[in-house]
Design a protein around this ligand. Structure first.
Ligand code: ADP
Length: 960
């Protein structure tokens, strides 16, 4: 008996074909067949185990350990340099030199030397072992004459390890015959470093320590940048894949991804596969799963690997065909018996084969491609066939696990299935998905079958593997790529990637540094804003002030006693709207709004002023009719969001049309007058135009209605602006010392006099230069929605030009102005978005990216949005501190009413801004209140406040 398993199904001596115990075969094979439901179930269990392994609390009891490898990136093909690798734990101990060149051809040159590790060293002391490794390394460097180059080195150390850094790995336990003392529980990298240092004849930079699975993924990743999973099915089996950092509890940080060494061989160790372990195999101590999933035992006992059951099952059949010893014969004698032997044998074989057929039909009730008609003459294929049926459960079991690795569409593509069994045999550990070695290795007792058969068998395994994965994951496109020398080249690749990343990271950080503002810089911005505010308010300095600090003639915020029906017009936002706003006081205090949106045709926007205002009045008339209020005269507030110089609450001189408006005869005119004249021309109704306001003031008033502390308004949308209640004594442009007046800061123009030039970057300049108003609104251009996307795009172009992104390839899309809208910043920075989704946003934008590119784009978005929020916070800190100082307070409690899509929808903008205000104005407690429809409701509330103060009766006065 070549295997103890054979005893289970041995045929009583002298038994003949008629007595083949097919029922036993049937039972074995039946038990081993796994239905799709079972595989789905296994897949789900695997998923749970993976989660268990990743969770901080559950990891200690998890059987699949999901070990972080600290490998955070896969190759992108631009790696470059000269690297060393050590490969310990595979078949041989090797030292390698790997040259990777980024000349567009992705060339890899390797030289390697195998060194023996004497038996006594494998069981000696750890120090002796590492001294020996250092000596081999020295010998290798000597031979290549590179001892004086301090080359970076990657160390493939294929033993169970607990990794704490990319270059720190604690050996958990020796396997594979190694038993060196005083290494378990220690960092193998520092032991190696010590041994090298002790010698003193060379120096190297140990950058990374990896296991062979990771090496396999990295090796394949160099050729196929979509490779994000590594799988080894050799003597043992294991897998690794790129996991999102936010799922890895054991490592700090949520950004990016990290390769997880699953150590999946232990799946089932806690009994979760009990129900699918077949009786017989359980007794043998192996099962389809455990034979795959116990890497240690597989490694130590090749005989117990995937094929373990095979001989035991095949034995009966083969023992019919040949005396048992013939199983051990060289394959040629089985597969290609010399014709002289074959001919006589065939006559014997014929009856046998007829018996085999029923057996094989048990093995393969379904039609089978490998069932060659020549079976009668060549029993070997039948044997192979049978073997493949036994392999089936194994390959199927691998798949549920794989299917878990790719819950989202992924890109592990199956290769051509063209296997190269020979090299697989030479490098079994480095095979990715390469069943060939395990199928054809000695356990199967066919040591050297002709390559055509090997291909057939390995092809069968691979095909079944691929088929099962696809069945379980119909929505994924998975490609399998064969790794060549993953354990040696892989460590060098990890090192090459680490080197590339470090260099690129440094270059990018240097560029981004200019956009990162220190506390001192922000404090400086706050102080400069304060200076500009004073300039704008001062009679003498106002004319040349960049921040205009316009008086609004709004002298009071709502106190809740406002009441009545008001009309509001909102012109200058996305739409023109007419609103009816009902303000109630007393018990039913609140605001009720009705509004209708009207379009303003381009010919009217660009016609005469009379035509424009006649159209506006026509819309008001239509609205009143629609509301059943035709002919009613109501107080009206006019939100007119164009730059205006006000001389009273109900007068606004249009300084300049913007946003596509060009109606003639309006600039330099009072828009309230233009509106009143149009109302008179219509002679249909009369309206009391009480106030003309801008949207920032409207926002403050809307929030002021809810919160009496609200004395500041802020808008961060397409543009940015702020207003606040200033002491009349400081408003030098308006007479009077008493009370307060709301100042429309027009803070977007902060910096237009060059006072922010030291913090403006080349990217801000580029965005400004190509804008509609170069040199103007410089603060706004660093803060608001209209510009942030463009800043990001300019940085991405710069990175790409320097080869730090998109593999240095600038696409036409990236060169297109405006493609990167600010809403993408919000989407990309969204916390719940996985990198794959970021990538798909970029792909949607036409930007082909790797996952690493996505991380970089995300970082750029974060830096740009953070700076915007901080600058906005610095401006706001200046405002609230001024209010506090105006009032001579040690501490101020104040509320800021805020509107604008960027503020409201960006996932981090508001938080960063609030933090900044807190840091820069520690003596203020600032509450931020979001405004809803500040431009419509606000205008009505200003009108209501004005009516209250002026005691202008509204038609439905009285408590309602
Ligand atoms: P406006 O300021 O024109 O009155 P909004 O406050 O709605 O109007 O702001 C519109 C601006 O907000 C757009 O110019 C766009 O840049 C930006 N924006 C739109 N969607 C988002 C989003 N999801 N996140 C961040 N900014 C956005």
């Amino acid at each position: 008996m070549c295997h103890r398993g054979c005893a289970r199904v041995s045929i009583p001596p002298g038994d003949f074909p008629g007595f083949v115990p097919t029922f036993q075969i049937d039972k074995y094979l039946y038990d081993m067949r796994l239905s799709e439901e079972t595989l789905q179930e296994v897949s789900q269990r695997f998923g749970k185990e993976m989660e268990k392994g990743l969770g901080a609390d559950t990891n200690p009891t998890a059987s699949v350990k999901m070990l972080p490898t600290f490998v955070r990136s896969t190759p992108d093909g631009t790696e470059d340099g000269d690297f060393l690798a050590l490969d310990l734990g595979g078949t041989n101990f090797r030292v390698l030199r790997v040259k990777v060149s980024d000349n567009g051809l992705q060339k890899v040159e390797m030289e390697n030397q195998i060194y023996a590790i004497p038996e006594e060293l494998m069981r000696g002391s750890g120090v002796q072992l590492f001294d020996h490794i250092a000596e081999c390394l020295a010998n290798f460097l000597d031979k290549l004459n590179i001892k004086d180059k301090k080359l970076p080195l990657g160390f493939t150390f294929s033993f169970p390890c607990h990794q704490t850094k990319l270059d720190e790995s604690i050996l958990v336990t020796w396997t594979k015959g190694f038993k060196c003392s005083s290494v378990e529980g220690k960092d193998v990298v520092s032991m190696l470093r010590k041994s090298i240092k002790k010698r003193g004849d060379f120096d190297i930079d140990i950058v990374a320590v990896v296991n062979d699975t990771v090496g396999t993924m990295m090796t394949c990743g160099y050729d196929d940048h979509n490779c994000e999973v590594g799988l080894i099915v050799g003597t043992g089996t294991n897998a690794c894949y790129m996991e999102e950092m936010r799922h890895i509890d054991l490592v700090e940080g949520d950004e990016g991804r990290m390769c997880i060494n699953m150590e999946w061989g232990a799946f089932g160790d806690d009994g979760v596969l009990k129900d699918i372990r077949t009786d017989a195999l359980a007794e043998l101590g192996v099962c389809p799963a455990s034979s795959i999933l116990h890497p240690a035992s597989s490694i130590l006992h090749p005989a117990s690997s995937i094929l373990h059951p095979a001989p035991s099952i095949l034995h009966p059949a083969s023992s019919i065909l040949h005396p048992p010893s013939s199983i051990l014969h060289p394959p040629s004698s089985i597969l290609h018996p010399p014709s002289s032997i074959l001919r006589p044998a065939s006559s014997i074989l014929r009856p046998t084969s007829s018996i085999l057929r029923p057996a094989s039909s048990i093995l393969h009730p379904a039609p089978c491609t490998l069932h060659p008609p020549s079976c009668t003459l060549h029993p070997a294929p039948c044997i192979l066939h049978s073997a493949s049926s036994i392999l089936h459960p194994a390959s199927s079991i691998l798949h549920p696990a794989l299917s878990i690795l790719h819950p989202a569409p992924c890109t592990l593509h199956p290769p051509s299935c063209t296997l190269h069994p020979l090299s697989s045999i030479l490098h079994p550990a480095s095979s990715i998905l390469y069943p060939a070695p395990c199928i054809l290795h000695p356990p199967f007792c066919i040591p050297h079958p002709p390559s055509s058969h090997r291909a057939a068998v390995s092809g069968t395994f691979a095909r079944r593997l691929h088929k099962t994965v696809r069945k379980l994951l119909p929505d994924c496109e998975i490609r399998f790529v064969r790794s060549e020398d993953g354990s040696g080249k892989g460590a060098a690749m990890v090192t090459a990637v680490a080197y590339r990343l470090a260099a690129q990271h440094k270059a990018r950080q240097k560029i981004l540094e200019a956009l990162k503002l220190s506390h001192e810089q922000l404090l400086e911005v706050k102080q400069r804003m304060r200076i500009e505010m004073e300039k704008g308010l001062g009679k003498e300095t106002h004319a040349e002030a960049a921040v205009k600090m316009l008086p609004t003639y709004v002298c009071s915020t709502p106190d809740g006693t406002e009441k009545g029906d008001f009309l509001a017009l909102d012109l200058g936002g996305t739409n023109f709207r007419v609103l009816l706003v009902r303000v109630r006081n007393g018990m039913r205090r609140g605001v009720e709004m009705h509004n209708k949106i009207y379009s303003i045709p381009v010919e009217i926007m660009q016609g005469t002023g009379e035509e424009l205002f006649d159209h506006i009045v026509h819309c008001i008339s239509d609205f009143l009719e629609y509301m059943g209020m035709k002919g009613v005269s109501l107080p009206l507030g006019f939100t007119f969001s164009f730059p205006c110089q006000q001389t009273s609450l109900d007068e606004g001189i249009l300084l300049k049309w913007t946003k596509g408006f060009k109606a003639t005869g309006c600039e330099g005119e009072d828009v309230v007058n233009l509106l009143k004249e149009a109302i008179h021309r219509r002679e249909e109704f009369d309206l009391d135009v009480v106030a003309v306001v801008n949207d920032t003031v409207g926002t403050m008033m809307t929030c002021g209605y809810e919160d009496p502390y609200c004395e500041v308004g802020l808008i961060v949308g397409t543009g940015s602006n702020a207003c606040y209640m200033e002491e009349m004594r400081n408003v030098e442009l308006v007479e009077g010392e008493e009370g307060r007046m709301c100042i429309n800061m027009e803070w977007g123009a902060f910096g237009d006099n060059g006072c922010l030039d030291d913090i403006r970057t080349e990217f801000d300049l580029a965005v400004d230069e190509l804008s509609l108003n170069p040199g103007k609104q410089r603060f706004e251009k660093m803060i608001s929605g209209m510009y942030l996307g463009e800043i990001v795009r300019n940085i991405l172009i710069d990175f790409t030009k320097r080869g730090l992104l998109f593999r240095g390839r600038i696409s036409e899309r990236l060169k297109t102005r405006g493609i990167f809208e600010t809403k993408f910043l919000s989407q990309i920075e969204s916390d719940c978005l996985a990198l794959l989704q970021v990538r798909s946003i970029l792909q949607h934008l036409g930007l082909e990216s790797t996952c690493d590119d996505s991380i970089i784009v995300k970082e750029v978005c974060a830096v740009v949005a953070r700076r915007a929020a901080q600058l906005c916070g610095a401006g706001m800190a200046a405002v609230v501190d001024k209010i506090r100082e105006n009032r001579g307070l040690d501490f101020l409690k104040v509320t800021v009413g805020v509107d604008g899509t960027l503020y409201k929808l960006h996932p981090h903008f508001s938080t960063v801004m609030h933090e900044t205000v807190k840091q820069l104005s520690p003596k203020c407690e600032v509450t931020f209140l979001q405004s809803e429809d500040g431009s419509g409701k606000g205008a009505a509330l200003i009108t209501a406040v004005a009516c209250r103060i002026r005691e202008v009766p509204s038609i439905s006065g009285g408590e309602q």
